[in-house]
Design a protein around this ligand. Sequence first.
Ligand code: GDP
Ligand code: IMO
Ligand code: MG
Length: 431
Amino acid sequence: MKIDVLLGLQWGDEGKGKIVDVLTPDYDVVARFQGGPNAGHTIEFHGKKFVLHTIPSGVFNPNTKNLIGNGVIIDPLILLGEINKLKKGGVDITKQLYISRKAHLILPTHRLLDAAQEAAKGADKIGSTLKGIGPAYTDKSARNGIRIGDSCLENFSNQYQKQRERHLKLIENLDFYYSNYLIDGQDFDTYEKAWFEALEVIKKLQLVDSEYFINDELTAGKRILAEGAQGTLLDVDFGSYPFVTSSNTTAAGVCAGLGVAPNTIGEVFGIFKAYCTRVGSGPFTTELFDADGDLMRKQGNEFGSTTGRPRRCGWLDLPALRYAIMLNGVTELIMMKADVLDAFDTIKVATAYIYEGKEINHLPFDACTQNLTPVLKSLKGWKTSLVNNREEAAMPIELVNFIRFIEDYVKVPIRIVSTGPDRSQLIRRKK
Ligand code: GDP
Ligand code: IMO
Ligand code: MG
């Protein structure tokens, strides 16, 4: 058996949570391989809405095991909050959830460091979700990190104190005075106390040696889906550096983040919105600052699932999409939020950029400092509601033309078109 991968091709929030939930009945295991609580994956069904940050989106199928892989970083307090919220919503996931012992912890001082480092950057700030992602991954790479498995060992308290002290010195050097800083509404001491209490609960869940766990499942012929977080254009190597997250969000991250060999990867499902959004700073060539952008934000309810921040909106960027497809080896595409474009007379897509006076169709190295101008192609809008459309045969011709234009450009088929936030709102296209 192979591991299929589902990941975002843009700047995150493409709708990964919804589609993982839709595909989960076909899988025995769903595994997150990178990122942490910077993610916010929304799932809606039966009039209920859940937002998951650390927990894989396969938990709504009671027969599927869900693994938080070694490449993920965990804030135990946020994870416990998610588990409790699900419980309140009538979903008890503790028997289905497995956590890699090698997953690193986000310490309370990582949260302070994230805030201190962002403040120090001033106008150049990344627009981080302030969940401690950058500092926790930095410590992992610098070999200072603490894994969740370490918290069960005797030396943990010493390790924790050592890192805490080191972090507080760094924070002091950044002139960041945290006595008034609130972490998720709590002062540092209160947060730290709650963090330790949560860790005691999380430690008692099913911690596993996840590289053996997943390879044993593969050997037993089980079907596995790896769930990405963030998006390709936020990848630490290939995204719009430095305006990126701190992990490999691309398919390459699956091997390192789960402990599986490259030849175990099967299908790669690439998800993109029919337009583009971005939260936080960084280049966005097709960004709109006009009524069209406002309409996208309103129709698409484009406000962050994790931070509530308004998302920047713009037209679909085809050279960037093709770049993401290339990096991930995408075999099938899934186009999300087509319904958001229902109201538009004209829909535009970028087919190239003007860079240093010339037309190009790749992302240049200095895309972050040079202003690229998009070359836009206009297509006729369908001007009809898609939200109740479930049949390929009933798709308006303008939508068919839009899909064909994208497929011709990127040379990968679009298999699913999503037409609303609910699990049931989608059109499957025949092979
Ligand atoms: P993720 O991080 O990739 O899982 O995406 P988010 O959950 O952060 O953001 C996607 C948002 O769009 C959520 O609020 C979803 O409920 C919503 N959504 C997903 N698919 C569709 C769709 O086809 N149409 C509309 N209108 N909303 C959708
Ligand atoms: P999901 O999985 C959208 C963005 C932040 C910021 C940059 C770095 O829901 O698609 P970080 O907190 O990682 O240091 O922030 O990355 N970002 C996301 N944007 N969706 C996400 O996750 C994101 N996770 C991080 O806004 O610009
Ligand atoms: Mg999200």
